[in-house]
Structure formats: C-alpha cells, structure tokens
Design a protein around this ligand. Structure first.
Ligand code: SF4
Ligand code: SF4
Length: 67
C-alpha cells in the first residue's frame, strides 16, 4: 500500500521529500504528491512512513487505503 498527501492540508514546504527512500514525492501541480505506484510505506527502510514523521502538519499524509 501507499500513502497520499491531503491536498487541503499540505503547505508545500517540501520537508517530506529528501528522505523518501523510493523518491516517490514530487512537487505536483498544486501541492506535493506521492506516487502510489512506487511508495511502499517505507517497508524495509523505516519502521513507519518517514514522510509522515517529517511533515509538520498533522494528518496531512495518510494511508491511501483510508481515503
Ligand atoms: S511512506 Fe516512505 S516511501 Fe512512501 S512516500 Fe513516504 S517516505 Fe516515501
Ligand atoms: S512535509 Fe507535509 S506539508 Fe510539507 S510538502 Fe510534504 S506533505 Fe506537504
């Protein structure tokens, strides 16, 4: 499964980008976006999604399955 960025919450700070192990986060057209094809929720790299840990906004990055 993958994570996704909630468009209404993202402030486009870019903090989530540098440590994504699969380079799945792009600037996007309006707010930052996660490529659901390549995001593996940091499986095998981190205990939990690194982007969520780095994002300053609560509930901005959520599991796609909850969308
Ligand atoms: S969960 Fe991990 S792999 Fe997916 S976008 Fe966030 S940092 Fe990248
Ligand atoms: S860290 Fe959070 S607020 Fe910043 S660009 Fe990424 S998703 Fe958006």
């Amino acid at each position: 499964m993958a994570m996704y960025i909630v468009a209404d919450e993202c402030i486009s700070c870019g903090d989530c980008v540098p440590e994504c192990p699969t380079e799945s986060i792009d600037e996007g057209k309006i707010v930052f976006e996660i490529n659901a094809e390549t995001c593996k929720e940091c499986e095998g790299e981190h205990d939990s999604p690194k982007c969520v840990e780095l994002c300053p906004i609560d509930n901005c990055i959520l599991p796609l399955e909850a969308a």
